[in-house]
Ligand binder design. Structure first.
Ligand code: ARG
Length: 465
């Protein structure tokens, strides 16, 4: 088995082999460096399987007990870092089984009755992905809570709302943050949906066709916290769409994270100066002493590349694979593990930055009036107060903007005489709608930026979280 053992073939599948695999075969075949991460899932699956085999009388109760005892010891060895993972045993499944044989002797050989590595790996990976989806949803709820806390203190803070990154209409910072609460809420919903769809147990499908042993698949499904056993044995060992779905949810979530990260990069740039990050979430430059760089935000902005890469990678692995299991599918785990590691770190770092950031309210409020951001309010006033058709109101306001631009002042700084030279129907009431605070407060339609609406949405989310 190992190079110096003198054995000629593999102890767990070598019956029909006379010689051991080439070193290169062994290297390309081994997945233990990656799938050792499934040790806990593998042991949980084996425990449930052995208990079911003993319960149904497929194996003797004494063998079942010896297997449980051995699995407990292996779990302990792994936790203590005392377990020796061996490449020549290929993967986590055979590493555990080989160690079990060392610990309890021949009874270990009964564990694999009515089971195959194909349904075993399908189970382990599903258990891992199910847990990862739960963790991702939980992390997102923490991020939502951090955003909610901020939105609450910034419900009245005025800032420019942008389209095309050009000043559009004033909004509140609280409203802007609540937009991300909505996005991350949908993201965590996607993880929960994926989790509930994947919550069926493939164990018992065996190699691909099911088994002739009188097993109880509902029992193992229940023990492992699944809703039910999977209903088609071929599908059970072939399906990886649960991981694709989880990675799709992760990719969409990563795009949301990258958008917020990009906004933090923009807002912390001195040219904007809307928010500051403290020493905790910035780094300096080795040459430019004045620098304070938002590296965490930039890295979160970039992580979507890796996460989408994982989705792309697994999609291409699965495309065109004939049923049932193919070794190609061993390539499913590394990208999925990495993507979820990256996602979890990104969500946690984003939560840290949201808690850390210091809004510069005066800067935001001053910028909120830039770019004639209350022009729409003037046009709306012409419609409401004077009954001017909106298209005409738009045109008249455009002329007022051009005039203000020529005079290098804001719309509210134009004298009434100036306005009346554009249209004699203007009166002094118009000034009431031209301040940024009035503009934001007026947008009290459901889901609008008015502080009253923002507070209503905060209250709704607090209830839900
Ligand atoms: N290491 C394998 C994987 O991750 C386990 C299943 C192997 N099955 C087999 N028939 N060779 O996919």
């Amino acid at each position: 088995m190992s190079d110096d053992s003198g054995e000629t073939s593999h102890s767990l599948w070598g019956g029909r082999f006379a010689a051991k695999p080439a070193d290169l075969m062994r290297r390309i075949n081994a997945s233990i460096d990656v799938d050792r991460r499934l040790a806990a899932e593998d042991i949980a699956g084996s425990r449930a399987h052995a208990a079911m085999l003993a319960q149904t009388g497929v194996i003797e109760a004494a063998d079942g007990a010896a297997i449980q005892e051995g699995l407990n010891r292996i779990e302990d060895e792994i936790q203590r870092g005392a377990f020796l993972f061996r490449e020549e045993l290929e993967d986590i499944h055979m590493n555990v089984e080989a160690r079990l044989a060392e610990l309890i002797g021949p009874a270990a050989g009964r564990l694999h009755t009515a089971r195959s590595r194909n349904d075993q790996v399908a189970l382990d990976f599903r258990l891992w992905t199910r847990e990862a989806c739960g963790r991702a949803a939980g992390g997102l709820r923490e991020l939502q809570r951090a955003l909610l806390r901020r939105a609450e203190t910034e419900a009245d803070t005025l800032m420019p709302g942008f389209t095309h990154l050009q000043p559009a209409q004033p909004v509140t910072f609280g409203h802007h943050l609540m937009a991300y609460v909505e996005m991350f809420g949908r993201d965590s919903g996607r993880f929960e949906d994926a989790r509930s769809r994947m919550n069926e147990c493939p164990l018992g499908a065996a190699a691909l066709a099911g088994t002739a042993f009188p097993i109880d698949r509902s029992m193992t499904a229940k023990t492992l916290g699944f809703e039910r056993p999977t209903a088609n044995s071929l599908d059970s060992v072939s399906a990886r769409d649960f991981a694709l779905e989880a990675l799709s949810a992760a990719t969409i979530c990563a795009t949301h994270l990258s958008r917020l990260a990009e906004e933090l990069v923009i807002w912390t740039s001195p040219a904007f100066g809307f928010v500051k990050l403290t020493d905790a979430f910035t780094t300096g430059s080795s040459i430019m002493p004045q620098k304070r760089n938002p590296d965490a935000a930039e890295l979160i902005r970039a992580k979507v590349g890796r996460i989408l890469g994982a989705l792309t990678s697994l999609t291409v692995v699965m495309k065109g694979l004939p049923l049932a299991y193919g070794k190609d599918m061993q390539e499913d785990k590394a990208p999925t593990f990495e993507a979820f590691d990256d996602l979890e770190l990104s969500v946690a770092a984003m939560t840290g930055m949201i808690d850390d950031l210091q809004p510069v309210r005066e800067r935001m409020a001053a910028a909120a009036g830039d770019g004639f951001s209350t022009a729409t309010d003037m046009a709306d006033w012409l419609v409401r107060a004077l009954g001017v058709p909106f298209r005409e109101a738009h045109h008249l306001t455009g002329r007022a903007v051009a005039r203000a631009e020529a005079l290098n002042c804001g719309l509210a700084d134009l004298s009434l005489a100036e306005l009346q030279s554009i249209d004699s129907r203007f009166n002094a009431d118009v000034y009431a709608v031209l301040s940024v605070a009035a503009s934001a407060a007026s947008r009290a339609s459901y889901g609008g930026t008015a502080p009253s609406q923002v507070r209503a949405q905060i209250a709704r989310w607090k209830e839900m979280l």
